[in-house]
Ligand binder design. Structure first.
Ligand code: NOJ
Ligand code: CA
Length: 679
């Protein structure tokens, strides 16, 4: 973009903004479609959003309440304001795209109390073509130094009672976000997690979330008695306060992603633009990869985390998984249950987990050496059971050991809830601080992190690209546990438009034995019982649909033997130049195309819910005038998730950018496609 055009845009933004006064200050997106207005009403600052001239958020409250101090937000005057614009493009070391353009207009307004205390804060708004961020800045000041925020008063008074896709946040056990999504109008919501995806009747899509959560409490959204207004509800410490801090202080950005259709929601890059630039400019040890692991067997109870005759993490087993990874071009092997502390009920005794001491039948140094020899990265598992202090005490020694052994990736875990002796709310300030400490300490040891039961993703990977992936939603593991607890076919078609908008997810796809015929715990089953409610082809499609820079080949490796379909897992990329959603309806189906990083190769993933569907998509993302071959992994004859999930048809067909591809998916099915130049 030329500086001339930039100047013109800035001038336009300024001309759209009314002068200081009752009407307020406005700032518009570079394309002019979105306008955010900050206005003073009866001494209170409010914010509002319009798009194409129609209200999206009607004037909504801002401010705070504190412990031992009066609320902040009423009896205010506007004391100052400032504007800025930015347009820069930054590269991502890995991602669903290679480059991100950050083009925005910014408005900051300074509010000062008219009362004698004269406390002050700034509200900053940044508006992009794809959404906006709003945050508070609390400068250092005598009457507001150390503080404890009880409530943040930010409200989202939505103009329309939009349809929401949500998971509840109303009891301590669901702070791990591992629930199935429900949908319904805003006016029926009680307390929900973000990202919260909203859809208007006219096609408008709004996603409420947050960015750059560094030292604050995670934000839930509370519905308010049959109204369209959502209130910020901060996760609390056990002492009842939400955020402990000291000025100068900035809050996370409250973000609204805006789009005209579901297809435009991904890739979601808004939160990356609202996080500081990378602190790890040159870190070749951070590597996107596919991985296998000693993992699914524990969930099927074929092997155990704990020691004994069925112990999974033996040196021999680890070597087998490393051999398999090496033979199949997978970059890593995960080993769980290698360290002491798993015996008995680890949910209760998790405070005695060691992160350096291996069980006698697992030689950590030998396994690490073997992995290195084979060119495979060992992923060391650190389950904390939420005994966070026990983990923090060992962080330095454990990471130093892993570094010495040439380990560059760990998987952390936080199974447990606030009721645990060591437990803290997964989304609270304590855990926000903890995860930052883990990410930063790991970085100093050249270690990348995959988190389970994590703090939600607010774009940390921009600043700390060693923050690779996380769970933070109901993953494949639920399909192993029996009973009624599995994921219905529509689950992943919702995940794509909700949780995945926050960032990568370690869903762990690739279960080929979807009937779980070897499961010890989960054998006699009706179709409705927990098992992957998926065809085989759909398991392949998930590698493309559910973005993560680390993708597990999650099944027992013996289940990949003599499976032609495994070739797709060998081939599929995990790092991308571009991503385009070709088709999508939240909760029904989605078709995604991604271009492999630095390669002339494209991958398409398509999944449907419990309905069989056929979707026709143009391949106009291919460069024109060149001939390609599409290798198609499709649901086979009469395939369906319920009673015939395994048939898969693998075929090849010539394609060009002019081709329209017919993608036929079975009930609970999907399709995976690799497109490479024709020879
Ligand atoms: C839950 C995690 O999601 C899963 O991947 C892991 O195997 C278990 N916790 C044990 O740590
Ligand atoms: Ca989990």
């Amino acid at each position: 973009m030329t500086s001339l055009r930039l100047a013109a845009l800035a001038a336009l933004a300024i001309s759209l903004a009314p002068a200081l006064g009752a009407q307020g200050h406005a700032v518009s997106s570079p394309d002019g479609r979105t306008v955010v207005t900050l206005a003073l009403r009866d001494g209170r600052l409010t914010w509002a959003v319009a798009r194409d001239g129609h209200p999206v958020v009607t004037p909504s409250r801002l401010g705070f309440t504190f412990r031992n101090a009066p609320p902040l937000g009423a009896g205010m005057r506007v004391a100052d304001s400032a504007r800025a614009s930015g347009d820069e493009t930054f590269a991502l070391p890995w991602g669903e795209v290679a480059r991100v353009r950050d083009q925005h207009n910014e408005l900051r307004v300074k509010m000062v109390e008219t009362a004698p205390a004269a406390r002050e804060f700034w509200v900053a708004v940044r508006v992009f073509d794809d959404g906006l961020g709003l945050r508070y800045e609390l400068p250092a000041q005598p009457n507001l130094a150390d503080f404890e925020i009880m409530d943040e008063l930010t409200e989202f008074a939505m103009a329309e009672d939009m349809k929401a896709w949500w998971i509840p946040a109303n009891v301590p056990t669901n702070d791990r976000q591992e629930m199935l999504y429900a949908s319904g109008p805003i006016s029926k919501l009680t307390l929900v997690h973000t990202p919260l995806t909203l859809q208007g009747t006219g096609g408008l899509q709004v996603v409420i979330h947050e960015a750059n959560l560094v030292d604050y409490a995670g934000m839930y959204l509370a519905g308010s008695s049959e109204s369209r207004t959502l209130r910020t509800s901060l996760t609390r410490w056990k002492d009842g306060s939400a955020v402990k801090g000291r000025t100068p202080f900035v809050t996370p950005w409250r973000t609204l992603q805006l789009a005209d259709a579901p297809e435009q929601l991904a890739p979601s890059l808004l939160t990356l633009k609202l996080n500081p630039p990378s602190r790890l400019a040159d870190a070749p040890w951070i590597r996107p990869m596919k991985y296998d692991g000693i993992w699914w067997g524990m969930h099927l109870n074929v092997v155990t985390w704990s020691s004994g005759a069925r112990h999974g993490a033996t040196t021999g087993n680890a070597r087998r998984y490393i051999d398999f990874a090496a033979a199949n071009g997978l970059g890593g092997t995960l080993v769980e249950g290698w360290n002491t502390g798993w015996d008995g009920n680890w949910l209760v005794t998790g405070g005695s987990f060691s992160f350096t001491q291996a069980y006698p039948d697992y030689d950590l140094a030998d396994v690490a050496r073997y992995a290195k020899e084979k060119g495979v990265g060992l992923i060391v598992h650190n389950e904390t059971a939420t005994f966070v202090d026990n983990y923090e005490r060992q962080l330095d020694s454990a990471y130093a050991l892993y570094e010495r052994l040439g380990v560059h990736a760990i998987k952390t875990g936080y199974v447990g809830d606030t009721a645990n002796p060591g437990g803290h709310d997964h989304q609270g300030q304590y855990m926000v601080r903890h995860h930052r400490r883990v990410i930063e300490t790991a970085a100093t040891h050249g270690i990348a992190v995959v988190m389970h039961e994590p703090i939600k993703d607010t774009g940390e990977r921009r600043t700390w690209p060693n923050m690779l992936s996380r769970e933070g939603a109901r993953g494949q593991e639920y399909n192993a546990w029996g009973g009624e607890g599995g994921n219905p076919p529509e689950h992943e078609t919702i995940l794509f438009f909700t949780r995945l908008l926050a960032g990568p997810m370690d869903y762990t796809p690739g279960i080929f034995n979807v009937l779980l015929t070897r499961s010890e715990t989960n054998r006699a089953r009706t179709p409705e019982e927990a098992r992957p409610r998926s065809t085989l082809a759909r398991q392949l499609a998930l590698y493309v649909v559910l973005y993560s820079p680390v993708q597990m080949a999650a099944d027992l490796i013996e289940n990949y033997a003599n499976q032609p379909a495994f070739q797709f897992i060998r081939d599929v990329a995990v790092d991308w130049d571009t991503t385009r959603v070709l088709h999508g309806r939240i909760g029904d189906d989605v078709v995604v195309a991604r271009k492999a990083k630095g390669k002339d190769a494209w991958f398409v993933g398509a999944i449907t819910d419990e309905q069989a569907r056929t979707v026709e998509v143009p391949l106009d993302f291919l460069p024109p005038g060149r001939r390609y071959v599409a290798e198609v992994y499709a649901d086979g004859p009469r395939a369906n998730w319920r009673d015939n999930p395994l048939p898969i048809t693998i075929s090849r067909q010539p394609v060009t950018s002019a081709t329209r591809l017919r993608i036929a998916m079975a009930a609970g099915g999907g399709q995976a496609i690799r497109i490479v130049p024709a020879r």
